[in-house]
Design a protein around this ligand. Sequence first.
Ligand code: OOB
Length: 539
Amino acid sequence: MSTTLLEGCVPWPHDVAERYRRAGHWRGDPLDSIVREGARRHGERVAVVCGARRATYAELDARVDAVASAMIELGIRPLDRVVVQLPNVLELIETLFALWRLGAIPVMALSGHRRAEIAHFCEHTRAVAYVCADVVAGFDHRALAREVKAGTPTLRHVIVVGDAQELVPFASLDGAPRTLPAVDARQVALLQLSGGSTGTPKLIPRTHDDYLYSVRASVPICGLDARSVYLVALPGAHNFPLSSPGVLGALVAGARVVMSREAHPDAAFPLLSREGVTITALVPPLARAWLAAMRARGLRFPSLEVLQVGGAKLGVELARDLIEGLGCRLQQVFGMAEGLVCYTRLDDPLERVITTQGRPISEDDEVRIVDDEDRDVPEGEVGHLLARGPYTIRGYYRVPEHDAIAFTRDGFYRTGDRVRRMPDGSLVVEGRAKEQINRGGEKIAPAELEQHLVAHPDVREAAVLGMHDAIVGERICAIVVGDRPITRAALMAHLRARGVATFKLPDRVELVSDALPRTSVGKIDKAALASRLAAGGAS
Ligand code: OOB
């Protein structure tokens, strides 16, 4: 039996898919089976802790049924896209599993996204619904929802966690049991977001089969079992805390998921002690902040066994400090929403854990390291990382012209990362070829921000680049040439008015009067700009 993949998605070649099935990687289980199975095997155990609420596996499974039924009553159908933008709350987990149970497809927005991104996701995916919280960090998502709904004809429902006003309250989703449609695990399960290096954020179609494989295979590598307690401190919709092994891996293992609204020590530390957290995942700047706060407060978390750090390069010094200061094992995680995830192993020699970003999950992950002409570099040398395998996509959602650049003709994903392979197979991330700023794990595409800046009537040209920063790795710097005098405040107000995500707002704006330097082919010379910035100014 063959499945027609969601329109606009690139399938794996038939023979390759068969190979992954025969190898037992793709087992035909939809993602919601995680909770169904959990309820069958550990029904009375606590699955999720969120604030004062505790849901057992049986309760979570029943809630997922009720929410899925209510969503069907609203008219949400298999393969419908639903933009989900929720903070770390129990409803995030209920929403995702309910959508998977009815065969609909969540689009995984982040809390910092604003109108520019949410409207793009809704339009590009022709989403039928948007699920959000009422007010998060002072921002009213209901107002955003109304605006986006008015401009997106396909968007029929806005479901709100908290005070819904005239919109649909999430708490009212309590449908009577009904027969749910059978979900094909070969189908797309979710659309993840790409960090991006171009003008518009790209969406990443992950299937039930491929995503569940990456989660299931991550569980033993990260030492999760039924007695584990996993703290979600990073935004739960991101691929790292969701699936590497994240919330999904913890639920596969029959473990307990503890949700923290914020990653800040003040929010997370009380949960670490109260819930006896055994494993959590952080980006490097947060790991540094946790260590500093633990030292300052004289705290220790004896239950913590594994700290995962990933999303951006972890410096060797900080890695050593963490191992010494936290008194638990460190695991480096180098992954991408497009697929490939590498982990240092818990029994790796210390030096490997400190100096490498680990090795791929699967023996069927194919990794190539190549030069600018796609020729393999000699073993041990730095080159571009290409990846292909049982959970790495073959194309983005509905952007064939971009796929032609982002993938090789034989289906390898061009990660844009520059790496070196050690004799034991571990990868060391040495840098990046893609135009992307990695601000402490948050990814920003300069081209996207430049487009927003030049949309200002007084801006003639703009260049966005990352500036080295000891704490967050890189900060966002915008260099702007005005047609008329313009202020930083006016530019920031312009970006906010255009609804640009909060995490994409520049840390520094340099206003210059001269034209920007150009390369011989007429492109803005960012290398020259970067050295000027490093020397103290852009002009
Ligand atoms: C994770 O996923 P994305 O999609 O937000 O970002 C992927 C990119 C990678 O291509 C690489 O440039 C960078 O983030 N990155 C790292 C890294 N982990 C990710 N660079 C250096 N060292 C690392 N450890 O960031 C992500 C997805 C799943 C698991 C973990 C991280």
